[in-house]
Design a protein around this ligand. Structure first.
Ligand code: FES
Length: 247
C-alpha cells in the first residue's frame, strides 16, 4: 500500500503534485494488499491531466502502487480506452461493427473522417476532435451509433448528423445528445471513469425503453407471436437418439 512518503522520480513528480490526493483516495477503496487493483481507475485519473497515458503517467502509476513500469504498460496498452498519444477535447467514436455497418456506420465514419481530414485515432489541427472507429458500442438497437467521450450522442446516425455534431463541438457548442447526459470534455469523463461523481445535470440516462429497443417485441405482438410458456419446474427428460437401421 502506498503512502504520502513516496519519493517520486523526476518523471512522476509533476503528476504526483497534482494527483496524489485523488490517487490515494482511489487506492483506499481497495483492501489492504490489493492496491494494484486500483491501476485501472488510476490510469483514467492520469488521463484527466494529460488526455493520454504518457511515460510520466506510467511512472506515476507504478510508483504510487509500488509496481514496475512494465506492469503498468502492459495494462495501459491492452485496453483501447487508455490512449497512447494526446487526444482531442472530444473523442468521437463511430461504431462500424456488424449491425452498425449494415445500417450505414461505415459511411458515417468515411464521410466524417473525410470532412475532418483525419484518419482513425487522429486529431484535428485545432485539437478539438479525435475520431476513431469503434467496435460494438452496446447500443445495436440504435445502429448506427456515434458517441462523444463514451456518452451516446447520435443514435441512428447519418453522415450529415455526425458532421453537424462535430461542427457544433468545434464552435464550442454543447449539442444535445439523442439521449442521456449532456456532452462533457474527455478529461471530465476520465474523472468519472476514475470513480468520482458525475456532476452533470441529468447525468443518469434513465427512462423507459425507446421504440427502437422495443421494435422486436412490438413486431412479435403485431404478429401474435408469444414466448413459449416453459414449465421450468418440470423434470428434464432425455430422448434417446434414434437407432440407425442395420443394412
Ligand atoms: S454493432 Fe454498433 S452498437 Fe452494436
Amino acid at each position: 500500500m502506498s503512502d504520502t512518503a513516496i519519493d517520486f522520480s523526476p518523471a512522476a513528480a509533476p503528476l504526483a503534485a497534482k494527483l496524489l490526493g485523488s490517487a490515494l483516495e482511489i487506492i483506499a477503496r481497495y483492501p489492504e494488499g490489493r492496491s494494484r487493483s486500483a491501476l485501472l481507475p488510476l490510469l483514467h485519473l492520469v488521463q484527466t491531466e494529460e488526455g493520454f497515458v504518457s511515460p510520466s503517467g506510467v511512472a506515476f502509476c507504478a510508483e504510487v502502487l509500488g509496481i514496475n513500469k512494465a506492469q503498468v504498460g502492459a495494462v495501459a496498452t491492452f485496453y483501447t480506452m487508455y490512449k497512447r498519444k494526446p487526444t482531442g477535447e472530444y473523442l468521437v467514436s463511430v461504431c462500424t461493427n456488424t449491425l452498425c455497418n449494415m445500417m450505414g456506420g461505415q459511411e458515417v465514419y468515411d464521410r466524417l473522417t473525410e470532412h475532418l481530414g483525419v484518419g482513425n485515432g487522429q486529431t484535428t489541427a485545432d485539437g478539438q476532435i479525435t475520431v476513431e472507429h469503434a467496435e460494438c458500442l452496446a447500443a445495436c438497437d440504435y445502429a448506427p451509433v456515434v458517441t462523444v467521450n463514451y456518452d451516446f450522442a447520435v443514435d441512428e446516425a447519418t453522415p450529415e448528423a455526425a458532421i453537424e455534431l462535430v461542427e457544433q463541438l468545434r464552435k464550442g457548442g454543447k449539442p444535445t445528445p439523442t439521449r442521456g447526459a449532456r456532452v462533457c470534455s474527455l478529461k471530465d469523463m476520465q474523472h468519472q471513469l476514475a470513480g468520482f461523481a458525475d456532476e452533470r445535470d441529468g447525468a443518469v440516462a434513465d427512462g423507459p425503453a425507446g421504440p427502437s429497443t422495443l421494435r422486436g417485441v412490438t413486431l412479435a405482438d403485431q404478429h401474435g407471436i408469444a414466448v413459449p410458456n416453459f414449465n421450468l419446474d418440470a423434470p428434464i427428460t432425455k430422448t434417446k437418439p434414434a437407432r440407425e437401421e442395420k443394412k
